[in-house]
Design a protein around this ligand. Structure first.
Ligand code: NAD
Length: 516
């Protein structure tokens, strides 16, 4: 496909306004505030959102705590009904919310819609889960006793989210937290308050319907704190918030983690990744090309799971890498609202400068850089479009060891699997990983205890694009948290071990005697 530099001429502020009012957001909340929202598509301002003051945030958190005390008593399957109704609102408004994601974050249409689909998927999962919050019964050494574990609601769940999945990450946390019996307080990215307002409006509609149908949803169950890092800090430090799920950069996690630990609150940290793939001698190169292209260039390299390091076996390097370079040179970059575009803009100028800084460092280290230049898009002089960069580099040093949140793929040659596994795991981050191979031994070794050290390890698909059924998260500087599927729900509840004596004697454990 030819590079796409056609201007998107529609007035995005007008369109955002139409979408927001259609989704039920009051106009004053996004026109009369102080927080300016830029669309990365043109770099122009599309809203001025009202921020929440620290005093109001404290009131909202206190209300959420009061709401929790009521919500925890509502039977879990009934709590699931609220999430089911929210899923219906999302289904009915998928096009509008998906389009708003595209306008606010610059995602191409299918990815904007995909983000909303992910919200719908987690709602479905959580509805089922609301009838499956199960504990164990455990064999006890004492006669006429029963031992079991119960899972109880935990309290207010704080959710801090990043710009790049402005609404899906909230939904992952919110849907689980709500069926688990918690109330929720959300501090979205200050770069994406419009989609947060729209999501909250849809949730409020579901709440209204829930109440109309006889459900018992306390006021203050789901609060939204629009504003900057200070509001995130307030949430992190609040004594009535026993769990904060924070998604963002490792720098953010480094600040948030110790603050939560100081007051013994729980943390789910979902931080930066530096994801790699290995292209082995037996890889299906057609499939690999598609897998690598989507994982490395999709979302303009702005996914936590974006492929950033590629290790290509020396036996396929010369047949594979030139094909990949051609894909990089020809991928359609431009307005995400134009059909055919695969790579939209970077979120802002800071992201562009970080990308150029990394490329300069790679160049200084002797790398060969293909692409990475800014692309002019008519009518979007304030936006930051770039051709994705493919960087051939000899060693994993300098910028290769860091996450630069932009479309840069560092390509390195390898000859030995053991050595490449060591390199693969030698970076500080541990989110997602893949191997492309048709060799069973290599595939299983990659997935084994001495293989990838990441929270996500795949075979013959790229590292990005997770489904909600699996637990999502990573190790090391990625923070160790798990969200979404599998048994990630357990982090949102407290576990109690219960022992019940249904006999007439009182045997003590471990044979202890204490007769008074
Ligand atoms: P960011 O760290 O700049 O901001 C994320 C959120 O944290 C924002 O809401 C921000 O206001 C808040 N915040 C920042 N400092 C804080 C502090 N000290 N206390 C409380 N809150 C604070 O991240 P970003 O630029 O919005 O997002 C990109 C980053 O997020 C990348 O590093 C990416 O890998 C990561 N990310 C990780 C995952 C994951 O699941 N592992 C998912 C998406 C994004």
């Amino acid at each position: 496909a030819a590079p796409q530099t056609q201007a998107h001429t529609a007035d995005l502020a007008t369109e955002a306004d139409r979408l927001l009012t259609g989704l039920g957001v009051s106009r004053a909340s996004y026109t009369e505030g102080t927080l300016a929202v830029q669309t990365p598509i043109t770099g122009k301002i599309v809203g001025k959102v009202r921020e929440v003051s620290a005093a109001d945030a404290a009131v909202l958190i206190a209300k959420a705590h009061a709401a929790f005390q009521v919500w925890r008593l509502v039977p879990a399957p009934k709590r699931g009904e609220l999430v089911r109704l929210f899923g219906e609102e999302l289904r009915a408004n998928k096009q509008a919310l998906g389009r708003l994601v595209s306008i606010e974050v610059g995602k191409i249409a299918s990815e904007g819609l995909g983000e909303v689909q992910e919200m719908i998927d987690i709602c479905d999962f959580a509805v089922g889960l609301s009838r499956q919050l199960y504990g164990l019964t455990i064999a006890t050494e004492r006669g006429e006793h029963r031992m079991m574990e119960s899972w109880h609601p935990l309290g207010v769940t704080g959710i801090i989210s990043a710009f790049n999945f402005p609404v899906a990450v909230w939904a992952w946390n919110a849907a689980l937290a709500l069926v688990c019996g918690n109330s929720i307080v959300w501090k979205p990215s200050e770069k994406t308050p419009l989609t947060a307002l729209a999501t909250q409006a849809l949730f409020d509609r579901a709440l209204t319907r829930f109440t109309k149908e006889g459900g018992r949803a306390p006021a203050g169950l789901a609060a939204l704190l629009i504003g900057g890092r200070d509001l995130g800090e307030l949430l992190v430090d609040h004594a009535k918030v026993p769990l904060v799920s924070a998604t963002g950069s490792t720098a953010m996690g480094r600040a948030v983690g110790p603050r939560l630990a100081k007051r013994f609150a729980r943390a789910i940290l979902e931080l930066g990744g530096n994801n790699a793939a290995i292209v082995a001698p037996t890889a299906d190169l057609d499939l690999t090309l598609r897998g690598v292209a989507f994982a490395a260039m999709g979302t303009a390299g702005q996914r936590c799971t974006t492929l950033r390091r590629l290790f290509v076996h020396e036996s396929v390097y010369d047949s594979f890498v030139p094909r990949l370079k051609r894909a990089y040179a020809s991928v359609a970059v431009g307005s995400p609202l134009e059909a055919g575009t695969l790579v939209g803009p970077l979120i802002d100028g800071a992201a562009y400068r970080a990308m150029q800084g990394a490329l300069e460092a790679a160049k200084a280290a002797g790398a060969a850089i293909h692409g990475g230049e800014r692309i002019a898009v008519e009518g979007a002089a304030d936006a930051h479009y770039v051709r994705p960069a493919l960087v051939e580099i000899a060693a994993q040093t300098g910028p290769v060891e860091q996450e630069t949140f932009a479309p840069i793929l560092y390509v390195m040659k390898y000859s030995d699997l053991d050595a490449v596994l060591e390199l693969h795991n030698a970076v500080p981050q541990g989110l997602s990983s893949s191997i492309f191979t048709n060799d069973l031994r290599e595939a299983e070794t990659f997935l084994s205890a001495r293989g990838s050290d990441c929270g996500i390890a795949n075979v013959n698909i790229g590292p990005s694009g997770a489904e909600i059924g699996g637990a999502f998260g990573g190790e090391k500087e990625t923070g160790g948290g798990r969200e979404s599927g599998s048994d990630a729900w357990k982090a949102y509840m407290r576990r109690a071990t219960n022992t019940i004596n249904y006999g007439r004697t009182l045997p003590l454990a471990q044979g202890v005697k204490f007769d008074v």
